[in-house]
Design a protein around this ligand. Structure first.
Ligand SMILES: NC(=O)c1ccc[n+]([C@@H]2O[C@H](COP(=O)([O-])OP(=O)(O)OC[C@H]3O[C@@H](n4cnc5c(N)ncnc54)[C@H](OP(=O)(O)O)[C@@H]3O)[C@@H](O)[C@H]2O)c1
Length: 272
Protein backbone atom coordinates (compact mmCIF):
# COMPACT_ATOMS: atom_id res chain seq x y z
CA UNK A 1 0.00 0.00 0.00
CA UNK A 2 1.29 3.43 -0.92
CA UNK A 3 1.34 6.66 1.07
CA UNK A 4 1.39 8.79 -2.07
CA UNK A 5 -1.60 10.87 -3.06
CA UNK A 6 -2.61 9.96 -6.59
CA UNK A 7 -4.89 12.17 -8.67
CA UNK A 8 -6.54 11.14 -11.92
CA UNK A 9 -7.26 14.20 -14.03
CA UNK A 10 -10.19 13.28 -16.27
CA UNK A 11 -11.75 10.19 -14.74
CA UNK A 12 -13.70 8.87 -17.72
CA UNK A 13 -13.71 5.28 -19.00
CA UNK A 14 -9.99 4.64 -18.66
CA UNK A 15 -9.31 6.92 -15.68
CA UNK A 16 -12.11 5.43 -13.61
CA UNK A 17 -11.11 1.88 -14.64
CA UNK A 18 -7.66 2.73 -13.32
CA UNK A 19 -9.10 4.07 -10.06
CA UNK A 20 -11.30 1.00 -9.64
CA UNK A 21 -8.34 -1.27 -10.28
CA UNK A 22 -6.10 0.56 -7.81
CA UNK A 23 -8.84 0.48 -5.17
CA UNK A 24 -9.65 -3.17 -5.82
CA UNK A 25 -6.01 -4.19 -5.50
CA UNK A 26 -5.78 -2.56 -2.07
CA UNK A 27 -2.60 -0.76 -3.17
CA UNK A 28 -4.08 2.75 -3.12
CA UNK A 29 -5.74 4.18 -0.02
CA UNK A 30 -9.22 5.57 -0.58
CA UNK A 31 -8.29 8.71 1.33
CA UNK A 32 -5.29 9.26 -0.90
CA UNK A 33 -7.01 8.82 -4.24
CA UNK A 34 -8.41 11.85 -5.94
CA UNK A 35 -10.07 12.64 -9.25
CA UNK A 36 -11.05 15.79 -11.09
CA UNK A 37 -14.15 16.20 -13.21
CA UNK A 38 -15.53 19.48 -14.53
CA UNK A 39 -19.15 18.29 -14.61
CA UNK A 40 -20.91 18.29 -11.22
CA UNK A 41 -23.19 15.34 -12.04
CA UNK A 42 -20.30 13.13 -13.19
CA UNK A 43 -18.20 14.19 -10.20
CA UNK A 44 -21.05 13.21 -7.86
CA UNK A 45 -21.46 9.83 -9.61
CA UNK A 46 -17.73 9.15 -9.22
CA UNK A 47 -17.83 10.09 -5.53
CA UNK A 48 -20.80 7.80 -5.01
CA UNK A 49 -19.37 4.85 -6.97
CA UNK A 50 -15.75 4.99 -5.83
CA UNK A 51 -16.02 6.72 -2.45
CA UNK A 52 -13.08 9.01 -3.27
CA UNK A 53 -12.67 12.80 -3.31
CA UNK A 54 -13.57 14.38 -6.66
CA UNK A 55 -12.71 18.04 -7.24
CA UNK A 56 -14.02 20.27 -10.04
CA UNK A 57 -10.72 21.54 -11.46
CA UNK A 58 -7.55 19.88 -12.64
CA UNK A 59 -5.53 22.59 -10.93
CA UNK A 60 -6.98 21.73 -7.52
CA UNK A 61 -6.31 18.02 -8.07
CA UNK A 62 -2.77 18.74 -9.26
CA UNK A 63 -2.05 20.89 -6.20
CA UNK A 64 -3.00 18.09 -3.82
CA UNK A 65 -1.25 15.13 -5.49
CA UNK A 66 2.19 13.53 -5.42
CA UNK A 67 1.42 11.61 -8.61
CA UNK A 68 -0.76 13.05 -11.36
CA UNK A 69 -2.31 10.72 -13.90
CA UNK A 70 -3.43 12.56 -17.02
CA UNK A 71 -6.60 10.72 -18.09
CA UNK A 72 -8.17 13.26 -20.44
CA UNK A 73 -8.45 12.84 -24.20
CA UNK A 74 -5.29 13.75 -26.15
CA UNK A 75 -7.26 16.43 -28.02
CA UNK A 76 -7.69 18.51 -24.84
CA UNK A 77 -4.43 17.64 -23.11
CA UNK A 78 -2.64 20.84 -24.21
CA UNK A 79 -5.34 22.88 -22.42
CA UNK A 80 -5.13 20.76 -19.26
CA UNK A 81 -1.32 21.06 -19.21
CA UNK A 82 -1.60 24.86 -19.48
CA UNK A 83 -4.12 24.82 -16.60
CA UNK A 84 -1.92 22.80 -14.23
CA UNK A 85 1.47 24.26 -15.21
CA UNK A 86 1.47 26.99 -12.50
CA UNK A 87 1.00 24.43 -9.68
CA UNK A 88 3.12 21.51 -10.88
CA UNK A 89 6.54 21.21 -9.29
CA UNK A 90 9.62 19.03 -9.56
CA UNK A 91 8.56 16.98 -6.49
CA UNK A 92 5.65 15.49 -8.45
CA UNK A 93 5.46 12.71 -10.98
CA UNK A 94 3.25 13.14 -14.03
CA UNK A 95 1.98 10.00 -15.74
CA UNK A 96 0.11 10.38 -19.03
CA UNK A 97 -2.12 7.70 -20.51
CA UNK A 98 -3.06 9.84 -23.53
CA UNK A 99 -2.79 7.99 -26.83
CA UNK A 100 -0.14 9.34 -29.14
CA UNK A 101 0.94 12.25 -26.91
CA UNK A 102 4.76 12.29 -26.64
CA UNK A 103 6.54 12.82 -23.31
CA UNK A 104 8.63 15.64 -24.86
CA UNK A 105 5.47 17.61 -25.56
CA UNK A 106 4.32 17.23 -21.94
CA UNK A 107 7.76 18.18 -20.60
CA UNK A 108 7.84 21.25 -22.81
CA UNK A 109 4.31 22.27 -21.74
CA UNK A 110 5.12 21.92 -18.03
CA UNK A 111 8.37 23.86 -18.34
CA UNK A 112 10.77 20.90 -18.32
CA UNK A 113 10.71 20.71 -14.52
CA UNK A 114 8.85 17.52 -13.81
CA UNK A 115 9.41 13.84 -14.34
CA UNK A 116 7.04 12.46 -16.96
CA UNK A 117 6.16 8.84 -17.66
CA UNK A 118 3.99 7.79 -20.58
CA UNK A 119 1.79 4.75 -20.03
CA UNK A 120 -0.47 2.81 -22.32
CA UNK A 121 -2.81 0.60 -20.26
CA UNK A 122 -6.07 -0.88 -21.45
CA UNK A 123 -9.58 -0.95 -20.14
CA UNK A 124 -9.18 -4.43 -18.60
CA UNK A 125 -7.71 -2.39 -15.72
CA UNK A 126 -11.22 -2.59 -14.33
CA UNK A 127 -10.72 -6.32 -13.60
CA UNK A 128 -6.98 -5.84 -12.92
CA UNK A 129 -5.94 -7.59 -16.13
CA UNK A 130 -4.59 -4.59 -18.04
CA UNK A 131 -1.56 -4.97 -20.28
CA UNK A 132 0.36 -1.73 -19.69
CA UNK A 133 3.49 -0.47 -21.39
CA UNK A 134 5.54 2.32 -19.80
CA UNK A 135 8.23 4.57 -21.19
CA UNK A 136 10.25 7.22 -19.42
CA UNK A 137 10.50 10.89 -20.34
CA UNK A 138 13.89 12.59 -20.09
CA UNK A 139 13.51 13.42 -16.38
CA UNK A 140 12.04 10.14 -15.20
CA UNK A 141 14.68 7.96 -13.62
CA UNK A 142 14.57 4.58 -11.93
CA UNK A 143 12.67 5.88 -8.89
CA UNK A 144 9.91 7.43 -11.00
CA UNK A 145 9.63 4.39 -13.25
CA UNK A 146 9.38 2.18 -10.16
CA UNK A 147 6.53 4.36 -8.83
CA UNK A 148 4.70 4.21 -12.15
CA UNK A 149 5.28 0.47 -12.33
CA UNK A 150 3.67 0.04 -8.89
CA UNK A 151 0.55 1.89 -10.00
CA UNK A 152 0.08 -0.15 -13.14
CA UNK A 153 1.09 -3.46 -11.56
CA UNK A 154 -1.89 -2.97 -9.28
CA UNK A 155 -4.09 -3.31 -12.38
CA UNK A 156 -2.27 -6.01 -14.38
CA UNK A 157 1.00 -6.77 -16.16
CA UNK A 158 3.56 -4.09 -16.99
CA UNK A 159 6.32 -3.90 -19.59
CA UNK A 160 8.75 -1.11 -20.46
CA UNK A 161 9.56 -0.18 -24.05
CA UNK A 162 11.21 2.72 -25.85
CA UNK A 163 8.82 5.55 -26.69
CA UNK A 164 8.96 5.06 -30.47
CA UNK A 165 7.03 1.80 -29.96
CA UNK A 166 4.18 3.34 -27.96
CA UNK A 167 1.92 4.03 -30.96
CA UNK A 168 2.20 0.37 -31.95
CA UNK A 169 1.37 -0.63 -28.36
CA UNK A 170 -1.67 1.68 -28.50
CA UNK A 171 -2.78 -0.05 -31.70
CA UNK A 172 -2.30 -3.55 -30.30
CA UNK A 173 -3.00 -3.78 -26.56
CA UNK A 174 -4.28 -0.24 -25.80
CA UNK A 175 -7.14 -0.75 -28.25
CA UNK A 176 -7.02 -4.55 -27.91
CA UNK A 177 -9.99 -5.29 -25.65
CA UNK A 178 -12.28 -3.87 -28.36
CA UNK A 179 -11.03 -6.44 -30.91
CA UNK A 180 -11.78 -9.23 -28.47
CA UNK A 181 -15.23 -7.78 -27.62
CA UNK A 182 -16.02 -7.82 -31.35
CA UNK A 183 -14.88 -11.44 -31.57
CA UNK A 184 -16.96 -12.37 -28.52
CA UNK A 185 -20.03 -10.66 -29.96
CA UNK A 186 -19.51 -12.35 -33.32
CA UNK A 187 -19.10 -15.80 -31.78
CA UNK A 188 -22.11 -15.27 -29.55
CA UNK A 189 -24.17 -14.31 -32.64
CA UNK A 190 -22.80 -17.39 -34.36
CA UNK A 191 -23.92 -19.58 -31.46
CA UNK A 192 -27.42 -18.10 -31.71
CA UNK A 193 -27.38 -18.67 -35.49
CA UNK A 194 -26.69 -22.38 -34.99
CA UNK A 195 -29.48 -22.71 -32.44
CA UNK A 196 -28.20 -21.84 -28.95
CA UNK A 197 -29.83 -19.34 -26.63
CA UNK A 198 -28.07 -15.95 -26.31
CA UNK A 199 -27.14 -16.60 -22.66
CA UNK A 200 -25.66 -19.99 -23.37
CA UNK A 201 -23.85 -18.75 -26.51
CA UNK A 202 -22.27 -15.82 -24.66
CA UNK A 203 -21.30 -17.83 -21.59
CA UNK A 204 -19.66 -20.54 -23.74
CA UNK A 205 -17.86 -17.91 -25.85
CA UNK A 206 -16.48 -16.01 -22.86
CA UNK A 207 -15.20 -19.18 -21.21
CA UNK A 208 -13.67 -20.33 -24.51
CA UNK A 209 -11.82 -17.01 -24.95
CA UNK A 210 -10.61 -17.16 -21.34
CA UNK A 211 -9.49 -20.77 -21.73
CA UNK A 212 -7.69 -20.19 -25.03
CA UNK A 213 -5.94 -17.09 -23.63
CA UNK A 214 -4.90 -19.00 -20.51
CA UNK A 215 -3.52 -21.87 -22.65
CA UNK A 216 -1.43 -19.41 -24.68
CA UNK A 217 -0.22 -17.81 -21.43
CA UNK A 218 0.59 -21.02 -19.55
CA UNK A 219 1.88 -23.27 -22.34
CA UNK A 220 3.97 -20.51 -23.96
CA UNK A 221 3.96 -22.14 -27.37
CA UNK A 222 3.41 -20.43 -30.70
CA UNK A 223 -0.34 -20.05 -31.43
CA UNK A 224 0.16 -21.87 -34.75
CA UNK A 225 1.16 -24.97 -32.77
CA UNK A 226 -1.95 -24.69 -30.57
CA UNK A 227 -4.03 -24.31 -33.76
CA UNK A 228 -2.38 -27.41 -35.29
CA UNK A 229 -3.16 -29.40 -32.14
CA UNK A 230 -6.90 -28.77 -32.45
CA UNK A 231 -7.29 -29.26 -36.20
CA UNK A 232 -7.67 -32.98 -36.76
CA UNK A 233 -7.76 -34.38 -40.32
CA UNK A 234 -11.17 -33.91 -41.93
CA UNK A 235 -12.56 -32.58 -38.63
CA UNK A 236 -14.73 -29.65 -37.61
CA UNK A 237 -11.95 -27.21 -36.66
CA UNK A 238 -10.19 -27.48 -40.05
CA UNK A 239 -13.53 -26.85 -41.80
CA UNK A 240 -13.94 -23.67 -39.70
CA UNK A 241 -10.31 -22.67 -40.29
CA UNK A 242 -10.84 -22.89 -44.05
CA UNK A 243 -13.67 -20.38 -43.72
CA UNK A 244 -11.58 -18.03 -41.51
CA UNK A 245 -8.72 -18.13 -44.02
CA UNK A 246 -11.03 -17.54 -47.00
CA UNK A 247 -12.39 -14.49 -45.20
CA UNK A 248 -8.92 -13.24 -44.21
CA UNK A 249 -9.45 -13.06 -40.44
CA UNK A 250 -5.75 -12.56 -39.70
CA UNK A 251 -5.36 -9.88 -42.38
CA UNK A 252 -8.42 -8.10 -40.99
CA UNK A 253 -6.84 -8.03 -37.51
CA UNK A 254 -3.55 -6.77 -38.94
CA UNK A 255 -5.39 -3.99 -40.79
CA UNK A 256 -7.23 -3.01 -37.59
CA UNK A 257 -4.06 -2.78 -35.49
CA UNK A 258 -2.35 -0.83 -38.27
CA UNK A 259 -5.27 1.63 -38.43
CA UNK A 260 -5.24 2.17 -34.64
CA UNK A 261 -1.46 2.64 -34.65
CA UNK A 262 -1.72 5.25 -37.42
CA UNK A 263 -4.50 7.04 -35.53
CA UNK A 264 -2.37 7.14 -32.37
CA UNK A 265 0.43 8.75 -34.39
CA UNK A 266 -2.02 11.28 -35.82
CA UNK A 267 -3.37 12.20 -32.36
CA UNK A 268 0.17 12.95 -31.21
CA UNK A 269 0.64 15.39 -34.06
CA UNK A 270 -2.87 16.78 -34.46
CA UNK A 271 -2.78 19.97 -32.37
CA UNK A 272 0.88 20.89 -32.67
N1 LIG B 1 -10.52 3.90 -23.48
C1 LIG B 1 -9.45 3.12 -23.58
O1 LIG B 1 -9.57 1.91 -23.77
C2 LIG B 1 -8.07 3.72 -23.41
C3 LIG B 1 -6.96 2.84 -23.35
C4 LIG B 1 -5.70 3.39 -23.14
C5 LIG B 1 -5.54 4.77 -23.04
N2 LIG B 1 -6.62 5.59 -23.16
C6 LIG B 1 -6.42 7.04 -23.04
O2 LIG B 1 -7.11 7.45 -21.88
C7 LIG B 1 -7.56 8.78 -22.08
C8 LIG B 1 -9.05 8.85 -21.76
O3 LIG B 1 -9.75 8.04 -22.66
P1 LIG B 1 -11.22 7.53 -22.29
O4 LIG B 1 -11.58 6.53 -23.30
O5 LIG B 1 -11.26 7.20 -20.85
O6 LIG B 1 -12.04 8.88 -22.56
P2 LIG B 1 -13.26 9.47 -21.72
O7 LIG B 1 -14.14 8.37 -21.23
O8 LIG B 1 -13.87 10.54 -22.57
O9 LIG B 1 -12.54 10.13 -20.46
C9 LIG B 1 -12.11 11.44 -20.38
C10 LIG B 1 -12.83 12.11 -19.23
O10 LIG B 1 -12.33 13.45 -19.08
C11 LIG B 1 -13.45 14.30 -18.83
N3 LIG B 1 -13.07 15.65 -19.18
C12 LIG B 1 -13.41 16.40 -20.28
N4 LIG B 1 -12.83 17.61 -20.21
C13 LIG B 1 -12.11 17.63 -19.06
C14 LIG B 1 -11.30 18.59 -18.43
N5 LIG B 1 -11.08 19.79 -18.98
N6 LIG B 1 -10.74 18.28 -17.24
C15 LIG B 1 -10.93 17.07 -16.66
N7 LIG B 1 -11.68 16.12 -17.21
C16 LIG B 1 -12.27 16.39 -18.39
C17 LIG B 1 -14.52 13.73 -19.71
O11 LIG B 1 -15.79 14.21 -19.33
P3 LIG B 1 -17.00 14.29 -20.41
O12 LIG B 1 -17.17 12.90 -20.91
O13 LIG B 1 -18.12 14.78 -19.60
O14 LIG B 1 -16.53 15.22 -21.48
C18 LIG B 1 -14.35 12.23 -19.45
O15 LIG B 1 -15.01 11.84 -18.27
C19 LIG B 1 -7.27 9.18 -23.50
O16 LIG B 1 -6.14 10.02 -23.52
C20 LIG B 1 -7.00 7.86 -24.19
O17 LIG B 1 -6.07 8.02 -25.23
C21 LIG B 1 -7.88 5.09 -23.32
Amino acid sequence: MTNKTIAVLGAGNMGSALLRGILGSGWGRKGRLLASHPKAAKAAALRRELGIRVVPTNREAAQKADILILGVKPQILDGVLAEIKPVVSARQLVVSIAAGFPTARIEAALGDRVAVVRAMPNVAAVVRLSATVLCAGTRAGRKEMAQARKIFESIGMVAELPEYQLDAVTGLSGSGPMYVFQIIEGLSDAGVRVGLSRDVATALTVQTVLGAARMAEVLKVHPAILKDQVTSPGGTAIAALHSLERNRLRAILMDAVEAATARSRELGQATR
